[in-house]
Design a protein around this ligand. Structure first.
Ligand code: PMP
Length: 350
């Protein structure tokens, strides 16, 4: 059985859009895409032309970075787009389901709702670790995608590699395991991307939005079996990557030491902040985190949120999530920004 047997049959059968850019190889004069022949004012990127749907230089750089083959990789508008594509390709509206472990990133459920796919929830344990047996027990024939987030947003813990392997093996022929590694560059344990070649029902989400400082460029990558990548390309809008975004991504990827330095500062500051916050009056608990944020429980999280806001500091109110009704999620900023947060919480100058 192929992983494609899990996908929506109508997606496999449909005729995909063939963009002008895809049929253009070898040309010198391009009169096939109704573009303007002139560059717009001060444009040196060639934005009068449609971009390459999957730019070769970017694909090469990301394949090297993540250690996969080019055919095992799809680049799009953030990992958000990959989540959406997966749900639309694998879940039949009104029939199929995804499985998530709350509290977790909100877009898995939102994409499922848009597609009218059901959302089965298996809550993380009280310490926010993943219960593999509970997840597997909840997998019905309707479940086509099982999402795990490692490190998990908003709690920060990672899923052990052994748990990923157990899950992907147990789900073979039944569902695709999607491992969201948006924050993995900040985690000691590292990525499980090396497993991509071993399992056709494994998909991994990576992004340049966090560790690579490119949230505004919207460049996210899906790693998966080449058949899954080819399937998703059938339903992806024709030109997902604007030329300025590709240029920004290539520039960042050509200077990896910059990202590495920033990651080291974030990891160090995370330790500093965790220790300092734990000593602040009114703090109940600072959850251990392997990401670039800390989930912090307070006696009165609402009041803390307002106090920070009054000082111009916006943190994430995560009290709507199960088991986090007293918590805020605080991103690790520059050392100066973090010191400011601490000063305010310690009752010092705002
Ligand atoms: N996954 C997780 C766990 C996230 O927290 C986020 C962004 N907050 C994303 C995916 C989406 O990231 P992007 O679309 O910027 O790649």
């Amino acid at each position: 059985m192929s992983v494609l047997d899990l996908a929506r049959p109508e997606i496999r059968a449909m005729q995909p859009y063939s963009s002008a850019r895809m049929e253009a190889s070898g040309g010198k004069v391009f009169l096939n895409a109704n573009e303007s022949p002139w560059a717009s004012n001060e444009d040196d990127l060639g934005c009068n032309r449609y971009p390459d749907p999957q730019p070769a230089a970017l694909i090469d750089a990301l394949a090297a970075l993540y250690g996969v083959q080019r055919e095992q990789l799809l680049v799009g508008r953030g990992s958000d787009e990959a989540i959406d594509l997966l749900v639309r390709a694998f879940c039949r509206a009104g029939e199929d389901a995804i499985l998530i472990q709350p509290p977790t990133f909100g877009m898995y459920a939102v994409c499922a709702h848009i597609q009218n796919a059901a959302v089965i929830e298996v809550a993380l344990a009280a310490d926010f670790t993943l219960d593999v047996d509970a997840v597997l027990a909840a997998v019905t024939p309707a479940v086509k995608l099982v999402f795990i987030c490692s490190p998990n947003n908003p709690t920060g813990q990672t899923v052990p590699r052994a748990a990923v392997e157990r899950l992907v093996q147990a789900l073979a022929g039944r569902a695709v395991l999607v491992v969201d590694e948006a924050y993995v560059e900040f985690a000691e344990a590292g990525s499980v991307a090396d497993l991509i070649g071993q399992y056709d029902n494994l998909a991994i989400l990576r992004t340049l939005s966090k560790a690579w400082a490119l949230a505004g460029a919207r460049v996210g990558t899906l790693l998966a079996h080449a058949d899954v990548i080819a399937l998703l390309r059938r339903i992806m809008p024709p030109y997902p990557l604007p030329l300025p975004c590709v240029a920004a991504a290539l520039a960042a990827l050509s200077a990896p030491s910059v990202a590495a330095e920033h990651i080291a500062v974030i990891d160090e500051q995370r330790g500093v902040m965790r220790a300092a916050l734990a000593r602040v009056a009114g703090v109940r608990e600072v959850l251990p985190s392997q990401a670039n944020f800390l989930a912090v429980r307070f006696d009165d999280a609402g009041a803390v949120y307002q106090r920070l806001l009054a000082a111009g500091i916006v943190v994430r109110d995560v009290r709507r999530y199960p088991n986090l009704a007293d918590a805020l999620r605080i991103t690790i900023g520059t050392p100066a920004e973090n010191a400011r947060v601490l000063a305010i919480l310690q009752g010092g100058a705002a």
